[in-house]
Design a protein around this ligand. Sequence first.
Ligand code: ADQ
Length: 907
Amino acid sequence: MDVVRNPTVHRFSQSGRILLKRRLSFERQREQRQDRKQSSARQKYHETEELVYIDCSEQVLNKMIVNATSPMVVVANRLPFIVQKNAETGQFERKQCAGGLVTAVAPVVVETNGLWVGWSGQHLEDGEHDIPEANPNDRSPTAGLKSRQVIPVRLPQKQFDDYYNGCCNATFWPLFHSMPDRALFQSDKWEAYRQVNEHFAKLTVEAVVKLAETNPNSVPLVWLHDYHLMMAANSIRDRCDRLGLQIKMAFFLHIPFPSWDIMRLFPWDDELLQGILGCDSVGFHVEDYCLNFIDCCQRRLGCRVDREQMLVEHNGRTVSVHPLPISIPYDRFVSLAEKAPQVVKNNEQEQLLLGVDRLDYTKGLVHRIRAFETLLQKHPEHIEHVTFLQVAVPSRTDVKEYQELKEDLDQLIGRINGRFSTPNWSPIRYIYGCVSQEQLAAFYRDSSVAVVTPLRDGMNLVAKEFVACQVGEPGVLMLSPFAGAGTSMHEALLVNPYETDEFAEVMHRALTMPKDERELRMQQLRHREREHDVNFWLQSFLKSVDCLADNNLTPGRLLPLREEDFSQFLASYVKESSRLALLLDYDGTLAPIAPHPDLARMPEETRRVLERLAHMPDVNVAIISGRSVENVKSMIGIEGITYAGCHGFEILHPDGTMFIHPVPHEYEVQLEQLKKQLEEEVCKYGAWLEQKSSGITFHYREVPKDKQSEVMTHAQKLFQDNNIKLHQSHMAYEARPPVTWDKGRAAIYLLRTLFGLDWCDRVSTIFAGDDRTDEDAMRALQGMAVTFRITTLPNLRTAATYRLPNTDAVLTMLKWVEKRLSSRLPVTNGFRSRKTSMSSIGNNSPPHPPSSPTRRSRSNSQSPSPTEPNKQMMVMTDQVYHQLISRKNSPPRVSVSPVNTPTRSTV
Ligand code: ADQ
């Protein structure tokens, strides 16, 4: 064996401090050194980062033929290089990064003349400067990337720190690696994350605009990377839509995607999932992560999903999910391993166990070293014959947790070396630093066993690099099943890093494995990695987004929403025999939103289904709308159902009894004044006022776009001048009485009135609504009803159990309910078989007796007609409400006031 001078490896003393620099040798390094005296083979690294920065002259260019059909905009936290000031020349220059992402993706950006958006390593405070061009000697994958193809993200240092350290690394990194105890949930850091993602989105759209200028006929592919950018997609989509720019958008996560049990710990999980769903296509390393994601979408957002085809429907769009196991430039590692100088060993028989990792708590370094200690203890025959070589790249060194990990590891290694070292041998060699890929290839090749045992890891490229470099005597790969690589590298020896004794036994087995078994296993592993290299990963990705030339991908589609789909939402809740309450909003829920409320018509089919449901025994239908009660009743025109108007301020039961919530006199006076001013001053350009008994709605939907801002500002001012709170509705401003009454309280009141105090135990309740006012009901009914929010908003927080895309979906839901209850006979005498209402409340009688039509009114003996309802009115105060809500076993007694109550007018 040739011995070459000078490379250094740090060895630890008993106290854990680096004591001596030991010489390792590499065959060709000497010659190379002579050639490049100035450029040290030992690379400098950027300490706080997970990326490894290398000397670009050492890179072997990875030539790939990509065949992509779309120009690509890659958006990643970092640029594929960082920009640093050369201390000697004062010039800014590129410092190259190694890593799968850069190696795989940079050539496509170069080839498609695309763009790369990312942080340059400089903050806003560092001042503006141009991105330098590549050095003429640069042979790295980014050498062909011109500075005009790079869009640097510059942010204030504090904001970047909150986003990067405060949220990405302190929250998502531990959480997604299933270590929730380490995760911090801080709203200000989450806010910084959202803002920074918004900034990335803005710059990405600038990149798309730039591409559209030079290449107007192509549809660019925007590819977002990793957990740093999970909230950018919707903003990119929205901005591009507004500019009329077409794009395709994909997201790839490099770390694991956790299960629902873990994901739900994140307080803003719904927003995060919707953020990712803003893309057309979402990629994870392995199928398990895909299924976790699909599961979370279904369980948290109520999305329709197809696990077979891996599709998620959200916001009327179908998002496809793909397992895309990342890999390495296999041939490059082979060629590095073929040329790399030999690693010097203590003696010819010495076997090396190798660990190569970023110094991160997910990588399980401490567990691994402990297992090695157990090996030496249990199998002393390995003493002086086996050495553990651990190479650890410093990572996030400014974070306390990482500093502590380093200290723990230093101490552990020091203790073990102290315990087992002999005059000629120390059990652990520890390199705390970055080594060149050439050196790494030598370590990989000359080690007997690679110990790749993270506690959790998205994929783990080290396992693959080791296999690629096994060009000589075959070694053994030990692999954690908790790394993504563990799912495909079957011939590795799988070991649970938490099980120390077993871990040590597997090490022993690996060290003593017969050659024929090693050969067989390594051959299979190498074959797979050669086939499925990084180029294969990229091609698979391009195929998945239909951006590969000669690719005839038929995009996966979920079947249109069918009645059967509601079984998954409702089957366990609504039984054939259930007593059912259907509480429905009108505009945007039963009837599509129209330019004018008079035009918002419910489809005839919906009307018929609703009517049939209303006539089924033990089914109560109530409409809770923002319209006035007469208006909503006339729009729907079905007898036998309850109508609640003005967001529940007025409730008209089928028997004609009427509930009206009182409003303060002062508000009525202010409202009159506001009404007058709005009519006189801003009801122009198509803006108009809708009168309601307890409020008004000022509509500006029909105002031409260029006049909208003027009209809106003026109307807002009038609301403010009159001291009336403005409630935003669909292109409208509403004035509502300043009392604590909303659709939520009205819904509960209604259910109490209809079914009694214990309604929740006896009635299955479904609520559906489409706007903010419906959220009050969704919140109030949480856990006591199945609620649906009808929405097409891409990222919406809702208290609803599920989301539906449109009014057609509501009709489908109603049809499912009808089918489910279809064995019931309709009520034929024109009145519902079970009917309770306000009229029963004054009685001491139970709330649900089979009632006859004569019970419709206590105070009015005349039969009610639809146009002239039985105007029995109840005054609702907070005290009465609480009495109604809190009393458990007997129906409440409440006072019923006469129709002509002085507080307000009635219908
Ligand atoms: P990482 O967590 O960084 O990547 P890994 O996949 O193992 O983990 O990649 C580490 C890279 O750094 C390898 O290419 C390795 O060669 C290099 N490296 C490690 N130690 C080094 C050293 N001392 N000197 C020089 N180079 C060193 C994240 C996810 C992974 C996922 C990748 C890619 O956490 O799960 O596999 O992204 O998607």
